[in-house]
Design a protein around this ligand. Structure first.
Ligand code: N01
Length: 533
């Protein structure tokens, strides 16, 4: 006989979002169980442990801001934390706040079903548990379901194969191996320079080149660490208002208003500053003006041509038929330099696609390539993939999977009509930005909504169909004013996976503006949501 457990809230996932949500719910005095598939906390940072993995956000904003003590006692080592460092931070948070007692590890949610008369969610897990709760929070991550193309012959490969998003805990040794890497997104861009150091030969299979920005990582000294701690109030204030949720300046001048020599000087400064500073601290119109965007794109192509010695390889690495940021630009740690190594080669599979995996490597339409190891750095069924893989049912048994057949629909990326008391943390149609900062804002909003229900003896909150329609139109309107729809097979738009509906998966108005939109809805009595007594 199954025992039915009762909780105020169930949270799915124990990554950044799930831990932050647990902290919030505890603050409201609500009993909560977090359900996590992995044997530990960490989410993205648990699964993506491939060599070279590290954040693309600067460490001082890739953190929680809810606890001054946590800020004061944690020391980041580098500008961009490595995967082990990011994971140990999240482990530290879980231990520091005694969170593990509320987390059920190595457990997957199978279904979550809303029962209308009782106004309760019933969550079932693969471990046979049944938990009945009032509030359901999906903290399932933006990039949590890896995608591997269904190449024929994969199972017959005689060597070792790995997926970046499911990297094993036991170290993988590339020494003396012929390694094939499929993909040139952010994951591959991080892995390639590291694997190239020990592999006998590394072959990179590229379908679409990316605009890779130099990260310019460095170790943080004691003085800088101390300065970060002292300035945290200013750092968070800046990050909360910033388009990308980071502590960077926001350029106010437009490239089109500046003479060409000055344009180049400013772009050079952004390029040298490293990371996304090239986008945000240079010019205000890079994402909205095609001609300005093209100047910034050509600047990057020039750098590629200057770094990569072989002109043919350099040309292949230059993105040409889509705008800068039309795909999410990866940060490189000597990425382009790696193609000057004797043991690295680039294969262009844009016109001559990979047609299958053989016992000893892979094949394209015309050629065969031998490999001892294949790394699939082929991306994720992003944003909606994990949510759609769960059997979530709202009013009248309505399935979230079916409801989103044509693409996701939400209000503020937080609520879905027909799914009362269900909250999404970093669901579809929330900002594409530095996630800990976005998470913080959303969790605070959800906390305020639940507090409102509890304090006013109300039973449910649910997005209205009208608000959901308006939010979708708003999202479309925002992206329509940018160059982003011209991206190539962008996962921002669901276009990286054959058959996935083309839909705008993010709010591209910026993290700061989104925070204001959420606050305005709250101040107007949770506008766009129906509340029931
Ligand atoms: O995945 P991707 P990712 N044949 O989708 C190629 C975040 N992230 O894991 O572009 C050949 O970007 C595909 O080619 P194409 C970050 O937000 C963050 O690298 O579709 N190639 C592409 O090159 C990032 O944007 C960090 O033509 C095929 C690659 O596989 C997001 O995760 C680190 C193919 C997939 O690239 C996703 O990055 C890492 C096929 N059949 C990731 N199918 C940090 O913050 C796919 N590809 C540090």
């Amino acid at each position: 006989m199954t025992t039915v457990e009762h909780r105020d809230a169930v949270v799915i996932g124990a990554g950044f979002s799930g831990l932050r949500m647990l902290w919030e719910l505890r603050g409201l005095g609500l009993s909560t169980t977090v359900i996590e598939a992995a044997p530990d906390v960490g989410g993205t940072w648990f699964w993506n442990r491939y060599p070279g993995a590290r954040t693309d956000s600067e460490s001082w904003v890739y953190a929680f801001s809810f606890s001054r003590e946590l800020q004061d006692e944690w020391d980041w080592r580098e500008r961009y934390p490595t995967q082990p460092e990011a994971l140990s931070y999240l482990r530290h948070v879980a231990d520091r706040f005694d969170m593990r007692r509320d987390i059920r590890f190595e457990t997957r949610v199978e279904s979550a079903v809303y029962h209308e008369p009782a106004n309760r969610w019933t969550v079932t897990t693969d471990g046979g548990a049944t938990i009945v709760c009032r509030y359901l929070v999906a903290a399932t991550g933006v990039l949590s379901l890896p995608y591997t193309p269904p190449f024929p012959g994969i199972e017959g490969f005689a060597g070792e194969s790995y997926v970046t998003g499911r990297w094993p805990e036991t170290p993988v040794d590339f020494t003396g191996q012929r390694v094939a890497v499929i993909g040139t997104g952010a994951s591959a861009v991080q892995l390639i320079p590291v694997a190239a150091q020990t592999a006998a030969h590394l072959t990179v299979f590229q379908r679409t080149p990316n605009y890779v920005l130099p990260a310019r990582n460095y170790n943080l000294g004691n003085e800088e660490r101390q300065a970060i701690r002292t300035n945290y109030d200013t750092i968070w204030k800046q990050a909360h208002g910033h388009f990308f949720g980071v502590a960077m300046d926001t350029a106010e001048r437009n490239l089109r208003d500046v003479p060409p020599a000055e344009q180049q000087r400013i772009l050079e400064r952004g390029w040298e500053a490293g990371g996304f500073r090239y986008i945000f601290e240079t010019f205000a119109d890079l994402l909205t003006d095609e001609r300005s965007n093209e100047v910034a794109a050509e600047f990057i192509r020039d750098r590629i041509r200057a770094i990569v010695h072989d002109p043919e390889t350099a040309e292949l690495l230059c993105p040409k038929d889509y705008p800068f940021v039309g795909k999410r630009p990866p940060l490189g740690h000597f990425y382009y330099e790696t193609f000057n190594r004797e043991n690295v080669s680039l294969v262009d599979v844009s016109e001559n696609p990979i047609t299958g995996i053989t016992a000893h490597g892979l094949r394209t339409g015309t050629d065969e390539y031998e490999a001892d190891m294949i790394v699939f750095a082929t991306g994720f069924d992003a944003v909606t993939g994990t949510l759609r893989s769960l059997d979530i049912r709202g009013r009248g048994g309505m399935s979230l999977r079916e409801k989103w057949d044509g693409g996701p629909r939400t209000h503020l990326g937080i609520g879905v009509d027909g799914f009362p008391n269900m909250f999404l943390i970093c669901g579809p149609q929330t900002p594409f930005a530095n996630l800990p900062v976005v998470i913080d804002g959303i969790v605070e909003w959800v906390g305020a909504a639940i507090r409102h229900l509890e304090d006013n003896a109300m039973t449910s909150i649910e997005a209205t169909p009208g608000a959901v329609e308006s939010w979708a139109a708003h999202i479309d309107e925002i992206i329509g004013a940018t160059v982003l729809p011209r991206g190539r097979r962008s996962w921002f738009l669901g276009d990286n996976i054959p058959g996935k509906p083309h839909a705008v998966l993010f709010y591209f108005g910026g993290a700061g503006a989104y925070r204001q939109e959420c606050r305005a809805a709250l101040e107007r009595g949770f506008e766009g949501f129906a509340l029931s007594a």
